[in-house]
Design a protein around this ligand. Structure first.
Ligand SMILES: CC(C)(COP(=O)(O)OP(=O)(O)OC[C@H]1O[C@@H](n2cnc3c(N)ncnc32)[C@H](O)[C@@H]1OP(=O)(O)O)[C@@H](O)C(=O)NCCC(=O)NCCS
Length: 200
């Protein structure tokens, strides 16, 4: 199966949100009464408006033009004392359930990191599945001496340098991502947004 990776365009927006919603099983969670969090399809929608980097919002497309996967990056920082170092965050990463485990997620990650290097970004930090991402070169952020905003480290908090040594100067620092990812802030807005989708 041939998969093409290209930047997301405006005409793709709703399809990408639907894919994200399906990949993260949002409708199943609603059925189980777990409507509290998280809200990945809303995050994608909102990231396009603030903090998202559209040059690093990429879709995976089948030969017939059908979009089956998506990845998006956003601006984040590592702070240490009076220093604030720009870094990339990424996520959500979504592959439509029926197209998972055939390499599409990996292809999106490789395309994203390749583009990010060409755009001169120095490092990527994010929270994700610790069993999936190390195969692409991500390591625990602790290796670089960087903690989350509250000062903690754990396997789901990962990092990768795109330029060797980029994170050295903020060793001992803390990581701050967009507050888009703080769903408690946005709970009611998100519920209203989700009503535009069918729950099937
Ligand atoms: C996680 C996700 C993006 C992976 O994309 P994918 O296209 O299915 O993954 P790939 O085919 O590139 O996977 C390559 C390898 O990674 C491993 N892998 C894939 N999904 C995995 C998972 N969920 N957990 C652990 N390992 C995984 C497997 O070893 C796989 O190779 P294999 O199928 O030969 O065993 C996709 O399953 C998805 O959209 N899941 C729901 C949303 C989600 O969890 N997003 C990530 C949040 S951090």
């Amino acid at each position: 199966m041939e998969i093409n990776i290209r930047p997301e365009e405006e005409k793709d927006y709703r399809r990408v949100e639907e894919i994200t919603r399906a990949a993260f099983g949002y409708s199943d969670r609603i059925k189980r009464g777990q409507i509290g969090r998280p809200y990945e399809h809303w995050m994608v929608h909102e990231l396009r408006r603030r903090d998202g980097i559209m040059a690093l919002s990429l879709v995976a497309v089948l030969e017939d033009g059908t979009i089956v996967g998506h990845i998006i990056c956003s601006n984040a920082v590592v702070k240490k004392e009076n220093q604030s170092l720009p870094v990339l965050n990424f996520g959500p990463l979504s592959v439509l359930p029926e197209y998972q485990r055939i390499g599409i997620g990996g292809a999106l990650i490789h395309a994203m990191t390749g583009r990010a290097k060409r755009l001169d970004y120095g490092a990527i930090l994010f929270f994700g599945r610790p069993e999936y991402y190390p195969q692409f070169g991500f390591r625990e952020a602790e290796v670089y001496g960087i903690a989350d905003a509250e000062g903690y480290n754990y396997p789901a908090f990962m990092a990768m340098e795109l330029k060797e040594g980029y994170l050295k100067e903020v060793c001992g620092g803390r990581y701050f991502e967009s507050d888009i990812y703080n769903d408690e802030l946005n709970r009611e807005t998100v519920r209203a947004f989700d009503r535009e989708f069918t729950n099937g």
